[in-house]
Write a new protein. Structure first.
Lengths: 112, 112
């Protein structure tokens, strides 16, 4: 079991560029979510999915899109990167219980 | 608005010096309080879930307790490998996004 994997580990973008942060899990978890972590702030929920084909917005969804075509994958798309999106992004997955939530290693994104 | 406040922001202890980390919360309908450990450059790792006031859980040198307004993470005779950032999070009722609300964390350093 690889658990939750995220790619890339680090990325530098210019303002206005687009990119996709990849997240995959091999635990057959229904629930997946994306958080961002900024200095001096707690993790904040961006988008989440309760199963393949079902996604919804979290606390800070603006500027991000998601889709869930398979159980395993939950990519996060930045349509037009802005410096305010400089952050560390964590993907998480869980089965029914919150005790089973696992986080990926994170993607560090720098937008210039 | 749901709020989670952790204190202190940072704590430096000598090896073997016991202490407690605090997580106070103001939420409408607590459905669970969670403690995570986060090592530098890694994703959060689940430690405990507490659901009702008076509940306690232990794992090695860590013990988590819950009251109606706050939770404590007690660390007994810590070792250098306990150095990490400890995150508190809550799950609330009343609909809304399927996610956790996190505090900013307590950065714990255990000196040998």
């Amino acid at each position: 079991n690889a658990g939750v994997t995220q790619t890339p580990k680090f990325q530098v973008l210019k303002t206005g560029q687009s990119m996709t942060l990849q997240c995959a899990q091999d635990m057959n978890h229904e629930y997946m979510s994306w958080y961002r972590q900024d200095p001096g702030m707690g993790l904040r929920l961006i988008h989440y999915s309760v199963g393949a084909g079902i996604t919804d917005q979290g606390e800070v969804p603006n500027g991000y899109n998601v889709s869930r075509s398979t159980t395993e994958d939950f990519p996060l798309r930045l349509l037009s990167a802005a410096p305010s999106q400089t952050s560390v992004y964590f993907c998480a997955s869980r089965s029914g219980g919150w005790e089973t939530q696992y986080f990926g290693p994170g993607t560090r994104l720098l937008v210039l | 608005e749901d709020q989670v406040t952790q204190s202190p922001e940072a704590l430096r202890l000598q090896e073997g010096e016991s202490s407690s980390l605090n997580c106070s919360y103001t939420v409408s309908g607590l459905r669970g309080l969670f403690w995570y450990r986060q090592d530098p450059g890694k994703g959060p790792e689940f430690l405990f879930t507490l659901y009702s006031a008076g509940e306690e859980k232990e794992k090695e040198r860590l013990k988590a307790t819950l009251t109606k307004k706050e939770s404590f993470l007690h660390i007994t005779a810590p070792k250098p490998e306990d150095s990490a950032t400890y995150l508190c999070a809550v799950r609330v009722s009343g609909g809304g996004a399927d996610g956790l609300t996190f505090g900013k964390g307590t950065h714990l350093i255990i000196q040998p």
